[in-house]
Design a protein around this ligand. Structure first.
Ligand code: LLP
Length: 434
């Protein structure tokens, strides 16, 4: 999907911009976000719901994948609401101009301040646990007069297993997220006892980087059953949120369904399940992150040192690493790479791409084929838009990279490169040490 190709200079072009020139202008490492790819993925989701679901629907951008002003603004402009998972993500979405009415606030341990902030702004809270429900009920009673009732959804743990990395699997019963389905009755009873809250519906999320469609179908029918159960108890929900989780292609072997296929499959499952349960069609919501942000972005690095260990391995080191992309060291995630300044040359050398951190595990790509990479080459890693910047750190006090938004040959800075001054911004030297 990425609009990446070779230009006449034999350089990699993204969004009509020469990546080698971008690095010359903005430095490296550099996240390069292709606006068309990001926005198209947003529109594919909206279109997918529209084409396959006759009821009302809404797509949220799971901003945890990459939360900054520009990404929230792009998603909003494409007609998406925003899923936020902290006060900081909420603040950013609001400052980006997102409509608070389509912001959904998630999290298994929202602070009382975060809950109050979300309600004050008129966002929907996706309640995760009993403590939160008690707090929400208190806040609801104390709402200033004339304020609409707080809108709340209930997050449930669906007990659905899927094949993905353990750390990003969330649907199984042994999970820190959501209410256990065994608590369904008391939960719905709580809803009935608290009419001061506008109970919108239920939510579940089964995990991330999922390629199979079956777990999504299982989730759809489970949610519809619970929806019907609530209705029988007299709690009339209106919304059903199936979470996110559609996987993306990182390496050749990855073969995820398209956004359209995913939407068709899920919408059809919900339709069938609602028919079977004989319930009216809810407003259908999903909240993808990775499949929107991930494919839109490449990270450009400058190659520094090269170490050849005869008969063993060749290491090349780049000017970033686990601080700008912690996914390989955290989840053994795999990526593909190329040399942006020599895109047309044939890959003939197997190398391992290391970062510059003081940690042996700081390896971005293991055993990749590149055209005999040398110091000074521009190495580009594909598909880094999701959970890279958002999980970036200052390990070894590396300033976080800059990011540019590219479209039709124009590049706009969306995140400034951190400076050493930024690194010291929160440091305080006690008088006795000065
Ligand atoms: N909704 C909820 C409630 C979530 O917890 C998540 C992701 C999403 C939606 C979006 O899922 P997506 O469409 O992006 O798969 N850091 C990990 C991924 C963590 C996912 C956390 N939750 C990684 O880098 O793979």
């Amino acid at each position: 999907p990425l609009t990446a190709q070779a230009n006449p200079q034999g350089h990699l072009e993204v969004g009509g911009c020469d990546v080698v020139e971008l690095v010359a202008q903005f430095g490296s490492p550099l996240y390069v976000l292709d606006e068309v790819t990001f926005s198209q993925a947003c529109r594919d989701y909206v279109q997918g719901w529209h084409d396959h679901y006759p009821g009302e629907s809404l797509v949220l951008y799971a901003s945890k994948a990459w939360n900054c002003l520009a990404t929230c603004a792009l998603a909003s402009r494409a007609g998406l609401g925003i899923d936020v998972a902290s006060g900081g993500e909420l603040y950013t979405a609001l400052m980006a101009g997102a409509n608070p009415k389509t912001i959904y606030f998630h999290g298994n341990n929202k602070s009382p301040q975060e809950l109050a902030q979300a309600l004050e702004m008129g966002c929907t809270v996706v309640a995760d646990n009993w403590l939160e429900l008690t707090r929400l009920a208190e806040l609801a009673v104390n709402q200033p007069p004339g304020q609409p009732k707080p809108r709340v959804m209930l997050r449930l743990t669906p007990g659905i297993e899927c094949h993905t990395h353990d750390y990003i699997r969330t649907g199984q019963l042994d999970s820190k997220f959501g209410f256990d389905p065994q608590e369904l009755e008391p939960l719905f009873q709580f809803g009935l006892n608290h009419p001061e809250i506008d109970w919108l519906g239920i939510h579940a999320h089964i995990g991330s980087q999922i390629f199979e469609l079956q777990p999504h179908q299982d989730l759809a029918s489970t949610l519809a059953t619970w929806f019907a159960k609530a209705a029988r108890l007299g709690l009339n929900f209106r919304e059903l949120n199936v979470g996110g989780g559609l996987g993306m292609r990182y390496v050749e072997a990855d073969n995820p369904p398209s956004i359209g296929e995913w939407a068709q499959w899920v919408a059809t499952s919900i339709l069938q399940a609602c028919k079977a349960e004989n319930i009216p069609l809810p407003k259908l919501i999903c909240e993808p992150g990775r499949s929107i942000a991930g494919p839109s972005t490449v990270t450009a690095y400058t190659i520094g040192t090269r170490k050849d260990i005869p008969g063993i391995r060749t290491y090349i080191a780049v000017d970033g690493g686990m601080s700008d992309n912690p996914r390989p060291i955290t989840y053994q995630a795999r990526y593909t790479a190329t040399l942006a300044n020599r895109i047309l040359e044939t890959p003939d050398t197997t190398v391992t791409v290391a970062g510059k951190h003081c940690e042996s595990g700081d390896i971005l790509l293991k055993d990749v084929e590149l055209p005999n990479p040398q110091p000074g080459d521009t190495l580009v890693v594909f598909g880094t838009g999701a959970y890279n910047y958002s999980m970036a750190s200052n390990y070894n006090r590396l300033p976080r990279p800059a990011a540019v938004l590219v479209k039709e040959g124009n590049a706009s800075l969306i995140l400034k490169r951190e400076t050493y001054g930024d690194l010291l911004r929160q440091d305080v030297l006690p008088v006795g040490l000065a």
